[in-house]
Design a protein around this ligand. Structure first.
Ligand SMILES: [Zn+2]
Length: 431
């Protein structure tokens, strides 16, 4: 049994790994490269898509599924396995990607071809490809997210996919993996543990309370999948502690995901399931209003507070949030709250550095609103959680992280006597 990484090697995006065993070839994830690595999406895969027997997906994030339409375009006609939740969310994610990509490398018809090959595989169900078998365990990172376990040639192999932040409440905690001959593990936050989640929540509620009490607007750039629903859940549970104010959801993609959530209840935490059993939807807090179209969004940007505005894009790379910021950043009563990662060189990172003025949609705006960054909302396992999850595994190969962070995690694993390496693009490793 061999594993060959074809993405996310000493970087975060482009997860795509080829598993070879029992004469079969299985692709684990087929993700898009993002940010600085984007042009790599146009390069050949490094393997022949027509030789694959199956594709297995760990979760619906673009950096794990974004090159699937390209795989179909290049002749792959076999099955694509994932949990039902992943398959439903992936459709929204890929359709949105096609809409916002400046130079798309696939078309609508590739998505249609892909749609015909999807096959649900749930946690604990075994997929049999001759003598090679695969199953999923709970990864707790998105609804339906999984780690993959493969058995063949007398070996057990585990691929972590992305592991969730177990401090958070909406999703189940990651399950422990079985003991394996090799674990291919993510190490996104290999360098540090996260701040305690309750402290993050308190800070978040405090900012909302102060801002809304003085009639201000709270802007939350939204990551449409997972983060928006997490924020709405917190607003639902803590609404009684906050001044009454409308909560505007101004992101068509987040609204699509939100509408899907009630059908994904069994993929959510028990705490969330209890609300649904009581006939309540805990992702629709008091005061929630969905902004219908771009025109209504622009009109809203001119209206006075108090209000909460959740709008895309999460990294301020475009989208409706920009109108809100153009009109709202000059008012010291308002607050901008970052609940997700802001890439270097982006508008978010520029605003966090607190210059006197920023340029938004071609207009110079004085920056007088409060700016807050809450790192504790991360959807990934922190360093301590990664160490726990990898406990007792003799060999670990690290992917999905910046090199310094993977080296930091690798040092700690080696200190515990675990054999550890960093994955290299295209370089196969014997399981
Ligand atoms: Zn992910």
């Amino acid at each position: 049994m061999r594993i060959v990484p074809f993405g996310a090697s000493r970087e975060v995006t482009g997860s795509c790994h080829l598993l070879l065993a029992e004469g079969r070839q299985v692709l684990l994830d087929c993700g898009m490269f993002q940010g600085r690595e984007e042009e790599k999406n146009r390069a050949p895969f490094g393997f022949d898509p027509q030789n694959l027997d199956a594709v297995v997906l760990t979760h619906a994030h673009l950096d794990h599924v974004g090159r699937l339409p390209k795989l179909c375009r290049e002749g792959y006609q076999g099955p694509v396995y994932a949990t039902r939740a992943t398959l439903l969310l992936m459709r929204i994610v890929l359709e949105d990607a096609l809409k916002v990509m400046e130079e798309p490398f696939f078309e609508e018809k590739d998505l249609e071809i892909l749609q015909r090959h999807l096959k649900p595989l749930e946690y604990g169900e075994w997929l049999r490809l001759g003598d090679l078998t695969l199953t999923f365990g709970q990864a707790g990172h998105l609804p339906g997210s999984a780690f993959a376990v493969a058995q063949g040639e007398g070996k057990t192999f585990v691929y972590s996919g992305d592991l969730g932040n177990r401090q958070k409440t909406v999703l189940p905690d990651p399950s422990p993996p079985p003991k394996a001959h090799l674990v291919l593990s993510e190490g996104t936050y290999g360098d540090r543990p996260h701040r305690r989640f309750p402290a993050t929540v308190e800070e978040f509620l405090d900012i909302l309370d102060r801002t809304l009490s003085q009639g201000g607007k709270v802007f939350i750039p939204s990551f449409a999948l997972e983060r928006t629903q997490e924020i709405l859940f917190l607003l639902y549970e803590n609404g009684h502690r906050l001044p009454r104010a409308p909560i505007y959801l101004d992101s068509p993609m987040a609204e699509r995901v939100l509408s899907l959530y009630p059908s994904l209840v069994r993929y959510l935490s028990e705490e969330v399931q209890v609300y649904f059993l009581q006939g309540k939807n805990p992702f629709r807090p008091r005061g929630l209003e969905v902004v219908e179209n771009a025109e209504a969004s622009r009109a809203l940007a001119r209206e006075p507070g108090p209000m909460v505005v959740i709008a895309g894009s999460g990294m301020l790379a475009g989208g409706r949030i920009l109108h809100h910021l153009k009109h709202g950043l000059s008012d010291p009563k308002n607050a901008l709250v970052f609940v997700g990662y802001q890439p270097r060189g982006g508008l978010g990172a520029e605003i966090i550095a607190r210059p006197e003025k920023v340029r938004v949609l071609g207009q110079e705006v004085p920056l007088r609103a409060g700016v807050h960054t809450l790192g504790g909302f991360s959807g990934h396992a922190g360093q301590d959680e990664l160490l726990d999850w990898l406990e007792g595994q003799p060999r670990v190969l690290l992917v999905h992280g910046e090199e310094e962070k993977l080296l930091e995690l690798g040092k700690l694993l080696a200190l515990r006597g675990q054999e550890v390496g960093l994955a290299t693009l295209g370089e196969g490793v014997e399981v």
